[in-house]
Design a protein around this ligand. Structure first.
Ligand code: GFB
Length: 313
């Protein structure tokens, strides 16, 4: 397997202020490379010409595309135009301009929601486009599918080493804890913490609590991304999972244990459940020598600590 070294290389982390980007910048410190970052105000990655100028000026050797418009199930279904437009533009601009500006390697970050709603579990990479998507996040999913196909197309036509990774549901320190716009794990941390503080006896879970999700701690993902950037050179997308699968109700119970909530859970069935299950098959990346390390309980504790730290600032 051809392996590249990141030492002394210029590496652009697109999306360095997001959950993944922050963790990736921290992980890259070990590689002794030069990390390039640019904030949204200085460069809107949806702007083709400005992005082109920035790349010409800064000349990164490698790019991690972790920039995206992201959100939980309600946010995704409430802003379909923003989710498809922003994510498509970022993918189109950065992938095409990486080709134009001779970037040596690109790693594009997708999501497990690219797979069909009722895909056979565990979901293998080749399940892509074998069935209909989950309607609550199809706009985001279509953009992410376009991104991974762009990587593949440029690989086929121009021999670019553009790879793409599809992680399962992510969480960790620095997540978006806002209940309306965030994902379930940080949302439940926020709700359960506030219930304890306000001496409330019940917390509401959206939907039925029955769907299952596989949760990957963000620092494990950052490690996987560096691993893939160094070692993976195929233009077929690759899954990155943790095998930490749990129902939403059991997730809520685990978070309650960590926070010390003794009340009960009720269900708001007017909210969508989304996909019943999206447990991805990570055999491919595991067989290359990478495995996730953090179990769900430890990951939740670390995430809750960061939530408390941020609150006290
Ligand atoms: O994490 P989440 O928002 O997104 O929701 P998805 C997961 C499950 O948790 C759904 C339930 O069944 C929700 O109904 N849930 C229960 C809650 N209580 C809550 C709560 O307080 N907040 C939230 N947010 N959910 C996302 C996609 O889907 O997965 C994105 O929308 C992305 O596009 C991401 O792909 C990985 O897992 O359903």
């Amino acid at each position: 397997m051809k392996q590249i070294s990141l030492k002394n290389k210029k590496i652009f982390v697109a999306g360095h202020t997001g959950l993944v980007g922050k963790s990736l910048c921290k992980r890259l410190e070990k590689e002794k490379c030069k990390v390039l970052c640019v904030n949204k105000k200085s460069l809107d990655l949806r702007d083709f010409n400005k992005t082109d100028r920035w790349l010409k000026l800064n000349k990164p050797d490698y790019i991690f595309i972790a920039a995206a418009r992201v959100g939980g199930i309600l946010e995704n279904s409430s802003y379909p135009a923003d989710f498809i437009y922003d994510n498509l533009s970022i993918a189109l601009n950065l992938i095409h301009l990486s080709y134009k500006n001779n970037v040596k390697k690109v790693l594009y970050l997708g999501s497990s929601c690219i797979y069909p709603k009722f895909a056979k579990q565990p979901i293998k990479e080749d399940s892509l486009l074998t069935g209909s998507l989950e309607p609550t996040n199809e706009w985001y999913a279509i953009a992410k599918i376009a991104g991974l196909k762009l990587c593949k197309a440029y690989g086929i036509q121009y021999k670019n080493n553009f790879i793409s990774a599809m992680p399962t549901n992510l969480y960790g320190p620095g997540d978006n804890f806002d209940v309306k716009s965030g994902h379930v794990l940080p949302g439940l941390i926020n709700k359960i913490h506030n219930a304890v503080k306000q001496n409330k006896k019940k917390v509401t879970i959206w939907g039925t609590g029955e769907p299952k999700r596989e949760f990957l701690f963000v620092d494990d993902l950052a490690d996987a991304l560096v691993f893939l950037m160094k070692k993976y050179n195929k233009n077929e997308h690759i899954n990155v999972g943790s095998a930490n699968e749990v129902s939403i109700l059991n997730l809520a119970k685990t978070i309650a244990r960590v926070i010390g909530f003794k009340g009960r859970f009720t269900f708001d069935k007017s909210k969508p459940d989304g996909t019943p299950r999206k447990f991805i098959d990570s055999k491919k990346i595991n067989s290359l020598g990478w495995k996730s390390k953090t179990n769900l309980l430890d990951g939740i504790k670390l995430t809750y600590e960061s939530y408390l730290k941020n609150k006290s600032k």
